[in-house]
Design a protein around this ligand. Structure first.
Ligand SMILES: NC(=O)c1ccc[n+]([C@@H]2O[C@H](COP(=O)([O-])OP(=O)(O)OC[C@H]3O[C@@H](n4cnc5c(N)ncnc54)[C@H](O)[C@@H]3O)[C@@H](O)[C@H]2O)c1
Length: 262
């Protein structure tokens, strides 16, 4: 049985917790939760039949015995806590992947991972095609471009007209829109890095879906992928697909299984 702790009790943390609580993740028991906003943790607990411990501080959270920590909070939280989680002997599953385009953080974590032998798992989240990119990158990629269209509330805005809100590198995108475009980091890590991966983000009041159009080319050939993601009912900034991806990754980590497409 894998003992799971969750940092961040919002849309993703709560969906993971309820999936574990319903027995959808075999060999997994939720033992602890932590959120800077205690009300969020209490709200999460009210949806469960099990009674994981609620930590008031990160130090208290680390003292509760667990094997695997799921980060579902923010880039800042990941930067703040990841090193101590790994050094305490736990593996991690993380959602705020944008943090990895901060060079200093990324280097520090790579070092800790190799020193401790602990693992950090990055689910595909709200995007797809990473299997293709990782394989194709072996022969060199020449172009990776992501064009994302979001309804204004998914960007935390209210604009009534179609507007480009960002155009530049993935590295800049995750820095300037830290709550919105973690997938730019995931794509960068699977492909050609945060400086060369191109990103455009458009606010579009005429759409209901979050639409990601990905173009990748290289010596392998060419891929285009268009995803029409529905927003998560509890958080319009998060795609429902990101939650499913987090739960499937957790299922894989907790059970010996045949792994498809990884
Ligand atoms: N990789 C992907 O495809 C993908 C997709 C969607 C969201 N995300 C990221 O996943 C994370 C969680 O998303 P969500 O939709 O559940 O967000 P949310 O806003 O619904 O919930 C986040 C929770 O984390 C808590 N939190 C924030 N900072 C914290 C800290 N320093 N310590 C402890 N708790 C903290 C907040 O109080 C909140 O309850 C965000 O960083 C988001 O950008 C990634």
């Amino acid at each position: 049985m894998i003992k799971l702790g969750i940092i961040g009790c919002g849309a993703i943390g709560t969906s993971i917790a309820t999936a574990v609580d319903r027995g959808e993740v075999k060999n997994c028991q939720l033992v602890s939760v932590f959120d800077i906003d205690k009300k969020q943790a209490d709200k999460l607990l009210s949806k469960l039949s099990a009674r994981p411990k609620v930590a008031k501080t990160f130090e208290e959270f680390l003292k509760i015995d667990s094997d695997l920590i799921a980060e579902c909070a923010s880039q800042q939280a990941l930067k703040q806590f990841a090193e101590r989680v790994l050094k305490s002997g736990r593996d991690m599953q993380v959602m705020s992947e944008g943090a990895f385009l901060d060079n200093e953080f990324s280097k520090r974590i790579m070092k800790v991972v190799s020193e401790t032998g602990k693992k950090m798992h990055l689910p595909s989240g709200a995007i797809g095609g990473l299997d293709v990119m990782k394989a194709a990158a072996r022969s060199g990629l020449t172009n990776v471009k992501l064009v994302t269209r979001k309804p204004p509330d998914s960007l935390g805005g209210k604009s009534k007209r179609v507007k480009t809100v960002f155009e530049g590198s993935a590295e800049e995108a995750v820095r300037l829109l830290p709550r919105n475009i973690n997938i730019a980091a995931t794509l960068s890590l699977a492909g050609i890095g945060g400086k060369k991966t191109k990103v455009k983000v458009i606010s579009d009041p005429t759409i209901k879906h979050i639409i990601h159009r990905l173009e990748v080319s290289g010596k392998f050939g060419r891929m285009t992928l268009t995803l029409y993601n529905l927003p998560h009912p509890d958080n319009p900034k998060t795609s429902a697909l990101a939650v499913y991806s987090a739960i499937v990754t957790l299922q894989q980590l907790c059970s010996p299984d045949v792994r498809i497409g990884t």
